[in-house]
Design a protein around this ligand. Sequence first.
Ligand code: ZN
Length: 215
Amino acid sequence: MAKQVAVPGYEIHERVAVDPERTALLIIDMQHDFVDRNGALPVPGAKDTVPVIRRLIDFARASGIPVFYSQDTHRQGDPEWEIWGKHCERGTHGWEIVEELAPQPGDVVVEKARYDAFYGTALDHELRLRGIDTLVICGTVASICVHYTAASAGLRWYRTIHPVNALSALDPFDMEAALRQSSFLFRTVLATADGIVAEAAAAREKASRVHAVSR
Ligand code: ZN
């Protein structure tokens, strides 16, 4: 029987500044099997987030923010198929990232076997090599791979930001539960995609140092 509970309040910030030198955009599992209505595991609303995520990619590229992708990847006999059925089999169309959001050379694509994109992958290594401590995390599924990746990032003391209109979930309860948990447990900052702005701290500090010297 369904139960009704009140969702504790959380804040959606109007404006969140990120330093492009320390920030990466991380796009979770925007693959045909999740995004397409006839995919193996369609997520309602995932298709609607494609243009929003496209804008985030354009913003990242224009700001010099590296773009990272996770790609859910399974092979025959993967135990996850016992939970969800067959999906994201390596090499199939359903496994591919949707064309509108396709990675370009220089982006980092992390193939992952579980919900957490850090688990058994080089994600943490690739981020640290670039001096990144802030992650803008979007994609699908908000309460599963997005949430467990954001939680795993939080455990590693990355600062995490969710553009909430660039997330999709299997149902509204799952979305609310994920946003509540991330913001409450890991201080994930919730914003909208258009509220995230680039502000180079290094450039600002340099400008103030030059100003101080010239006085
Ligand atoms: Zn999977």
